[in-house]
Design a protein around this ligand. Sequence first.
Ligand SMILES: Nc1nc2c(c(=O)[nH]1)N[C@H]1C(S)=C(S)[C@@H](COP(=O)(O)O)O[C@H]1N2
Ligand SMILES: [Mo]
Length: 320
Amino acid sequence: MVYYKRKEVWKLKDHNITSENSFNTRRDFLKKLGIGSILFSSTSLTSHPAFSSLYPPPVNKSYIAKRSLTAEYLATTYTNFYEFGSNKNIWRRASQLKTEPWTLTIDGLVNNPLVIDINDLLKKIGGIEERVYRFRCVEAWSMTVPWAGFPLNKILSLVDPKISAKFLKFETFFDPEVAPGQKQKWYPWPYQEGVSIEEAKNDLSFLATGIYGKHLPNQNGAPLRLVLPWKYGFKSIKSIVKITFLSERPIGMWEKLAPKEYGFWANVNPKISHPRWSQETEQQLGVEGRTPTIIYNGYEEQVSYLYKGLEKTLQDNLFR
Ligand SMILES: Nc1nc2c(c(=O)[nH]1)N[C@H]1C(S)=C(S)[C@@H](COP(=O)(O)O)O[C@H]1N2
Ligand SMILES: [Mo]
C-alpha cells in the first residue's frame, strides 16, 4: 500500500541519511513526504512525442538485479538534482526544464565530433533496451530500477576516439533561470563528471533515456543521463549536454567542491568509509531494515578487471 511504503521512506530520516553537502536536502524532503498529502504522478510532466514509439523498450534479460524493484513513485520523487535546489520539491521544479529540442555536443579527442539533436542521436544508435540495475548513493540509500537506454560504448563507435583519448568528461546544462540551484555561486556549475575510456567501454556503462518503461521524468535526468551501477550515484550525471574526450582526468563538480570527500573512481566499497558516512550498509528505498553493501555494488565480476593493480590508487582516490 502506498501509505505503508511512504511510512517506510519516512523511516530513512532516522538512518543518517544526509545530503551530499550539509544542507540536509533529503531530510526536508522526507518531512514533506511524511506529512504527504501529495499525489505522486509517476510520469513526466513534459512529453516527448518523438520518443514515444521507443517505449516500452525490449528487456535485456542479461541484466537482472537480484533484488525487488523499487516502487516507481519512490524512484521518481526521491531524487537528487542540485540544479533544482538543495531542498524540497525538486521533482516538481525540474518540470520547468525544457528537454525538447535538446542538443548533445560530443567533442575533444575524437575523429568524428558531433553536434546532434537527441532524437537524431537515438535514430543513429538504432534503438534502446531495458536493463534492471542496482543503484547506490553515497548517502547510503539505494534503489533497483529498470532503465531504458543504450550502452555508452555506442557513442564511442559513433565518434571514433583518437588513441590519445583516455578519459570522458560529461557536462549538465547550465541555465540558472530554469534551474535556480545554479544561482548558488559557490557550486562550480555546470555539474561535471568523468570516467576513464576503459570504464566507458565496459558494457555496464549505460546512457539512460527512460525509466520504468517510459521516457525519463525531468527529475531523473531527462533527456539523457549516465548510469554507472557499480559507482556511487553522484557519478551518474543527469541531463547531459556535452561529452568531451580528453587525455587527462577531468574533475567532477563534487570533487571540485569537496576534494577530501569525492574522488574520481568512487566505486562502491563497503570497506572504505566516506569521511561522514560508513558505507557498510544501505537503506533500500521502501524496504524494511538495512542491507549489507556489496563491493562494486554487486558487479565485481563485470568490472574488477578495470582496477587490477590500481588498489592503492583506489584507496587514495575514493574518499581522499
Ligand atoms: N546534473 C546532476 N546530476 C546528478 C546529480 C545532480 O545533483 N545534478 N545528483 C547525483 C546524485 S548525488 C545521485 S545519487 C543521482 C540520483 O539519481 P536519481 O535522482 O535518478 O535517483 O544523480 C546524480 N546525478
Ligand atoms: Mo548521491
